[in-house]
Design a binder for this molecule. Structure first.
Ligand code: ATP
Ligand code: MG
Length: 193
């Protein structure tokens, strides 16, 4: 059993720790037992989409492990070249450092989702982490829990069976993200034939 001591960050449903046996991995623990199934969903999602989005997502281990804090999900830990934990997008926005390099990756990430009909809905700034290495910035989307899960009763889950609706809702969320970052809105017209 792993003993977790090095706290990295806290979200609404998970706590992230450094892996005690590998400084380049982290272990994510659900904040309540009912959230453990979200860890399993994340692993499953990773294996279903990784070939389309590999440059923007972390590598995950294929099963949960036992820790002193309960079941844990193991994935890559992002560090900058100075060894510090990489920071999320809100840190960069707050410092007015959303530059062309990041913008082009955000655009490309969005186009990959749209092009392959990969539907995520949670584009919270903390779900994106920017790694600095070799003098460049690399964007990662680190939270796969919202895959095909639009949290609203409005559309009665019709988005699960109507891809154009799912696409519309995802693009709306992406536009909101772009607006928050004060970057050009997303112009998309997916060619569906
Ligand atoms: N792979 C990683 N490398 C570096 N830091 C990370 C990594 N994963 C998570 N963190 C940090 O830990 C915090 C919490 O992790 P995470 O986003 O997985 O929790 P969460 O419960 O899913 O969040 P929420 O549900 O609120 O979106 C993040 O905001 C980030 O600062
Ligand atoms: Mg998150």
């Amino acid at each position: 059993m792993l003993i977790l001591t090095k706290f990295i960050g806290h979200g609404a449903t998970r706590i992230c720790f450094e892996h005690p046996q590998d400084v380049n991995k982290c272990v994510k623990i659900a904040t309540s037992p009912k959230n453990t199934k979200l860890l399993l969903k994340e692993i499953e999602t990773y294996f279903s989409i990784q070939s389309y989005l590999s440059e923007y997502i972390l590598k995950y281990e294929n099963k949960l492990i036992d820790t002193n804090q309960g079941k844990g999900l193991v994935c890559e830990l992002l560090r900058d070249e100075d060894g510090s934990y990489s920071k999320s997008l809100d840190y960069w926005l707050f410092r007015n450092k959303i530059d062309e390099e990041l913008i082009s990756q955000l655009w490309h990430f969005s186009y990959c989702l749209i092009e392959h009909d990969i539907f995520f809905y949670d584009f919270n700034l903390k779900n994106f982490i920017i790694q600095q290495r070799n003098g460049h910035k690399f964007l990662y989307y680190t939270d796969l829990k919202s895959f095909e899960t639009y949290k609203s009763w409005t559309f009665l889950k019709l988005e699960k069976i109507i891809p154009p609706l799912a696409r519309f809702l995802m693009i709306k969320r992406l536009r909101k993200l772009f607006k928050t970052l004060k970057i050009q809105p997303l112009m998309v017209q997916k060619n569906t034939h």
